[in-house]
Design a protein around this ligand. Sequence first.
Ligand code: DQA
Length: 146
Amino acid sequence: MSKTIFILNGPNLNLLGKRQPEIYGADTLDDVETRCRALATSLGFQIELFQSNHEGVIIDTIQRAREEAAAIVINPGAFTHTSVAILDALNAYDGLVFECHISNVHKRESFRHHSFVSGRADGVMAGFGVEGYELCVRRACSLLSK
Ligand code: DQA
């Protein structure tokens, strides 16, 4: 079984640390990658972190995960609330899926309350800041180690 976990990030998450820090915090995606890699390594796994502003690129990466990753942690950004195509790609993936939102989407505008991805996800994280990514990685490693 693959020991790799993909961490996928959708639109605008390349601006993490600069974008609305009052909502998303001061840490960058590089910081997230460093911490998740250290955690995964300590648990005997590896991560690959991706970010794209383009829906098709995210779908291509989910399709690649079919061959290369045992779990996906995905923060689809605004595509969470719009993309049936990302849901379809995740439905064609057999591994574990964790949906991760930095902010508590349920406390925000009503258009953020619906997620197309949640119905496929094995777990959903929202409002734990960037620590949520590490919590998802920890959970994925724990389930994959059983
Ligand atoms: C987000 C929440 C989404 O509603 C928003 O569009 C994002 C980030 C989060 O991590 O809290 O881009 O997924």
